[in-house]
Design a protein around this ligand. Structure first.
Ligand code: HEC
Length: 101
């Protein structure tokens, strides 16, 4: 019985750890590359950057803008891999949840 409980507990902590590491990678990419215009929480609007907490774009539209740039927003496809762009897009969803907190 004890073994079962321990393995369940380990399973839960493994899942928890995965979530955190995914969040921190997207977060790191965002804070390193995007925060100077969008702010760490996505609400800064340097050079007319959009408030990302209230952005209503789909993941595909976000991908287009991040990869190719738009207006004063630089293009990132030379600097970030497809995977990194997807991670940063996932982090945008985490930022949006912060408005509801
Ligand atoms: C040099 C400043 C700058 C940096 C750095 C920057 N952005 Fe932007 N971003 C902008 C500007 C300006 C716009 C508005 C573009 C427009 O609509 O003309 C924008 C728009 C966006 C949009 C569209 C939001 C909407 O609702 O229309 C997304 C998504 C976005 N940025 C994500 C990012 C991500 C992710 C990064 C980092 C990889 C990043 N940006 C880095 C300036 C920047």
């Amino acid at each position: 019985m004890k073994t079962i409980i321990i393995s369940i507990a380990m399973g839960i902590s493994a899942v928890g750890f995965n979530n955190t590491s995914e969040e921190s990678t997207g977060k790191e990419i965002f804070e390193k590359n995007c925060a100077k215009c969008h702010g760490k929480d996505g609400t800064k609007r340097l050079l007319g950057a959009k408030n990302l907490q209230i952005s209503v774009l789909t993941a595909t539209e976000n991908y287009e803008i991040i990869a190719n740039g738009k207006g004063k927003m630089p293009s990132w496809k030379e600097k970030l891999s497809t995977e990194q762009i997807n991670q940063v897009i996932e982090y945008l969803d985490i930022l949006k949840q912060k408005t509801k907190e």
